[in-house]
Design a protein around this ligand. Structure first.
Ligand code: BGC
Length: 360
């Protein structure tokens, strides 16, 4: 009886996965509670084309894993790589984590070195999404099970190799949540009540789909709620705190009180923007709104103190856990069919009301 139930569940889960995964072209952004998110939760068996009950267990630890990070000097990826290392080592793997220094040529070399060393699996955070084809060809030729993280290639690119899976989040969801954080404020974002929400956008590296989608879907959430919006400026801040500070300082000098909302594609840039806001004598949640993404510790403190309107949890630990789980499935012999190679972890809205739940 129990066995039948488990089997039925496995079938239902894999059907759900077929419907929910590998949909980078899907139009429907996830919104909190909408149920439209490509919702392969981290606990699901990741779109394996094998029935879940026929996947052999991976050998318990003991293997070697090469981890390539696009650059160590990135606040979010620092938390992420620390979690990866901890989880992998905790499971008995021998792990080497390398810094790509934001240089794709260097990362290509590191991947080749890992292959020469004969690692059992690779976890790769590509420097450039546009390098995905090359990376995928390299790992496929070497027949190394590979988990890509943080920078999502297209489903078509991933289809080239069935021992490859992507673990990340659907960035549309985070953008939508940023817009919702603004809509949920006392003025709905229109501080001066003139019927138009005027904002600046501080963007991450636009080559990264996270930056593209957050930029698009944060504003779309406002428009979908019937709000009029006006973008005063959009500037590339490359995910970096100092750039966030510089850009916000320039825009505040240029546009002054016209700016009602500062959207930052990540928290590190938002923390920088906050410094500029404070230097300009403005007060978050009174005469300007500020939102980020990631839920870095520093941002959680600022949300709690009322210096950021809110942020969105980009669950580094959840993604690291899912990445290792997928890697173990690959090591156990699982393969992924085309269109089912993305595993998403949900984002979560963080507001002053629930921020304490996220603080360690
Ligand atoms: C994070 C950023 C980070 C970027 C690196 C994004 O998902 O929100 O903080 O800099 O990934 O690729």
């Amino acid at each position: 009886m129990k066995k039948t139930l488990a089997l039925a569940l496995a079938v239902v889960m894999s059907l759900g996965l077929l419907a929910g995964c590998g949909n980078s072209g899907e139009k429907n952004p996830g919104s909190s509670g909408s149920g439209s998110t490509p919702n392969t939760s981290a606990s699901n068996p990741g779109g394996s084309s094998n029935p879940a009950n026929s996947i052999p267990e991976a050998p318990a630890g003991g293997g070697t894993v090469g981890v390539c990070i696009y650059k160590f000097d990135d606040a979010f990826m620092t938390t992420y790589r620390n979690s990866l290392e901890e989880i992998l080592e905790g499971k008995g793997y021998k792990v080497t984590v390398v810094d790509g220094n934001n240089d794709q040529a260097k990362q290509n070399e590191q991947i080749n070195n890992f292959i020469t060393q004969g690692v059992d699996a690779l976890i790769i955070n590509p420097v450039m999404t546009s390098a995905a084809d090359q990376i995928i060809t390299t790992v496929k030729d070497a027949n190394i099970p590979t988990v890509l993280i943080n920078r999502e290639p297209t489903a078509e690119q991933m289809a080239a190799y069935d021992k490859l899976v992507y673990v990340g989040c659907d960035a549309r969801q985070s953008g939508t949540m940023q817009g919702e954080l603004i809509l949920d404020t006392a003025t709905g974002g229109d501080i001066n009540g003139d019927g138009v929400i005027k904002y600046i956008m501080i963007q991450g590296d636009p080559e990264n789909i996270d930056a593209q989608y957050r930029t698009e879907f944060s504003v779309k959430a406002l428009e979908d709620a019937g709000k009029k919006v006006e973008q005063l400026n959009l500037t590339r801040g490359d995910w970096d705190r100092n750039r966030g500070q510089e850009i916000a300082a320039n825009d505040l000098a240029q546009f002054g009180d016209q700016i009602e909302v500062i959207f930052c594609n990540n928290d590190d840039m938002a923390i920088g923007a906050l410094q500029a806001i404070q230097q300009a004598g403005r007060k978050v949640n009174e005469d300007i709104y500020l939102v980020g993404v990631d839920a870095l510790d520093a941002a959680l403190n600022e949300v709690q103190a009322g210096n950021m309107t809110g942020t969105v949890l980009n669950d580094a630990v959840g993604q690291a856990t899912a990445a290792v789980a997928e890697m173990e499935k690959l090591l156990g012999g699982a393969t992924y069919s085309s269109g089912n190679q993305s595993v998403y972890v949900d984002y979560v809205k963080v507001t002053p009301e629930n921020v304490s739940e996220f603080m360690k």
